[in-house]
Design a protein around this ligand. Structure first.
Ligand code: EPU
Length: 423
């Protein structure tokens, strides 16, 4: 894999439909907390189905800095946490990936102490971690914060009841990870219900934790007696699946997606179906047919799982740029998640923004243009839009898209698209 800083150029020649089948990659957002959890037991972890991504590379660099052996070969990943010697994550590594904050709960549980730099805001908005810190404090951690460092310590973490006022995915994960180092039972109420939480709990259970309720809003962790070595398969990536479904919806085609659970993106499929796509779901697959003449839908309101995922908002928007009528979106999770909009306008889209609402008036045709990727899902949305545009779209990207999509260009080409990535 290439280094951390370089420029990617995605060239998309639109107008082709997507035909055929592809397998959905392993989940980025399930992998990251599980990589952090691998330090808990001080043994060896073998993970399969781990996607090859820049965010995974960043997490591996953190594990190596901590003193672990961490190697990825293809989609198999090996971690040996026996040699863990550090409990701090340097600022440079924290800056590579905002979700490095997930190491906080795991290191606190394993070492009783953790130092890291606060993750700060990001392209999606302010992104505070107050809920993470409140949960750790409730478990008995003492936290000193200044502008450059967070220092968490706990002589002994104690099981407790944690009530999250908002079902934050990261705060639920950090609370669960830290609770693994606590004495006694921990109850998390108001927990996030995303499938990635259930995946983390499954991994912790493979380490012999006793956890009930993951995937619901009340999670109970009764015991954690880590066994040394764990093998675990990372579940499929529901947002990658939604991305391919939106791509085929927007440019047309007949696409089969294998190896994932369509029920996990039912909120996305609901709108694709309402827009005119013909969708058949199976237990671990779906078939989507689209003639690319969609009708507008909405309001599409983002919400915590099982609501419409904020990560899929830019992707569905891109699919609907040519839909007949007016589609309406309301973003409720992140304050700044319409960054793709000014770029989509360059393709000839007709979108107006009013605070958290976006109105898309379908246009007859989109024209290829030069775009700049703004963030991971926004960048992927530009590829989805480029596939439905006439002519060539070039997306200049300083690495956002490869943070989350494995061989995106290759997979799309295998379906007949004309998409190339050069760096
Ligand atoms: N929030 C707070 N305080 C906190 C934590 C969160 O105010 O202490 C706010 C955030 O600022 C945000 C909202 O709550 O406005 C949701 O944040 P959440 O904590 O649920 O999100 P996250 O854990 O930071 C994960 C995914 C995101 C995904 C969101 C929502 C990972 C690594 N990231 O982020 O994925 O959008 O949940 O589903 O799991 C992506 O993959 O592109 C991505 C951004």
């Amino acid at each position: 894999m290439r280094g951390a800083i370089s420029m990617d150029f995605w060239t998309v020649r639109g107008g082709k439909r997507l035909y055929g089948a592809c397998r959905v990659q392993g989940s980025k957002n399930a992998s990251l907390p599980i990589l952090a959890a691998s330090v808990l037991a001080g043994g060896e972890t073998e993970l399969t189905n781990v996607p090859r991504l820049r965010d995974i590379d960043a997490a591996l660099r953190i594990l190596r800095h901590l003193g672990c052996r961490a190697e990825q070969e293809g989609n198999r990943l090996y971690i040996d946490a026996r040699g863990l010697v550090h409990s701090s994550v340097p600022e440079s590594l924290m800056h590579e990936m905002r979700s490095s904050v997930i190491f906080m709960g795991a290191l606190l549980a394993r070492c009783g102490e953790v130092r890291l730099s606060p993750p700060g805001g990001c392209r999606l908005g302010k992104r505070p971690i107050d809920l993470h810190l409140a949960a750790l404090r409730k478990l008995g951690a003492r936290i000193e914060e200044d502008v450059s460092e967070l220092h968490c310590r706990a002589q002994r973490l104690r099981g407790t009841e944690i009530i999250l006022p908002f079902p934050s995915v990261g705060a639920t994960e950090n609370a669960l990870l830290a609770a693994c180092g606590a004495r006694g039972e921990t109850l998390i109420r108001g927990a996030a219900r995303e499938p990635e939480i259930a995946a983390l709990a499954d991994f912790l259970c493979a380490m012999v934790a006793e956890i009930r309720g993951a995937g619901s809003d009340t999670i109970r962790l009764t015991a954690f007696r880590p066994k040394k070595d764990v093998c675990f398969r990372i579940p499929p990536d529901r947002i990658a699946a939604a991305s391919f479904a939106c791509a085929a919806a927007g440019c047309g085609g007949d696409l089969t997606l294998n190896g994932f659970e369509p029920g996990q993106i039912s909120a996305v499929l609901h709108f694709l179906n309402a827009a005119g796509c013909d969708i058949i779901t199976f237990t671990h697959a779906l078939r989507l047919r689209s003639d690319a003449r969609l009708t507008a839908v909405g309001p599409v309101v983002t919400a915590p799982y099982p609501g419409f995922p904020t990560d899929a908002q830019p992707l569905l928007m891109a699919a609907l740029l040519r839909a007949e009528g007016e589609s309406l979106f309301r973003e409720t999770i992140f304050e700044n998640r319409y960054r793709q909009v000014p770029e989509l306008l360059r393709l000839g889209a007709d979108i107006s923004l009013d605070g958290r609402e976006a109105t898309i008036r379908g246009v007859e045709r989109l024209r290829g243009s030069a775009l700049t990727a703004t963030d991971l899902r926004g960048g992927a949305a530009m590829i989805v839009a480029g596939l439905a545009a006439q002519g060539e779209t070039v997306i200049c990207d300083d690495g956002h898209i490869t943070r989350g999509y494995e061989h995106f260009d290759r997979c799309l080409r295998s379906l007949g698209a004309d998409v190339y990535l050069e760096y």
